[in-house]
Design a protein around this ligand. Structure first.
Ligand SMILES: [Zn+2]
Length: 74
């Protein structure tokens, strides 16, 4: 096995780190493919990824609501 193939296989810890990083910045092509390979065979990390995305979307909606909320009391 070539070293490059080995590096395609990451641990759950590394996958979690990539998912979190991907929330804040664009992952490199290599990082994205490693994460994709891991998610394709790890259900726990797939769930974690979905949860992070859901939380992030919910947080965005919440902050948008707060910002557009008309002030009832002055
Ligand atoms: Zn995993």
């Amino acid at each position: 096995m070539k070293e490059q193939d080995m590096r395609l296989l990451i641990t759950c810890k590394q996958a979690h780190a990539l998912v979190s990083e991907g929330m804040d910045k664009q992952l490199s092509l290599g990082e994205r493919s490693r994460l994709k390979v891991h998610l394709s065979m790890c259900k726990a990390c797939t769930n974690f990824n979905h949860q992070m995305r859901f939380l992030r979307a919910a947080m965005h909606r919440f902050s948008a609501d707060v910002q557009t909320q008309p002030q009832e009391k002055s």
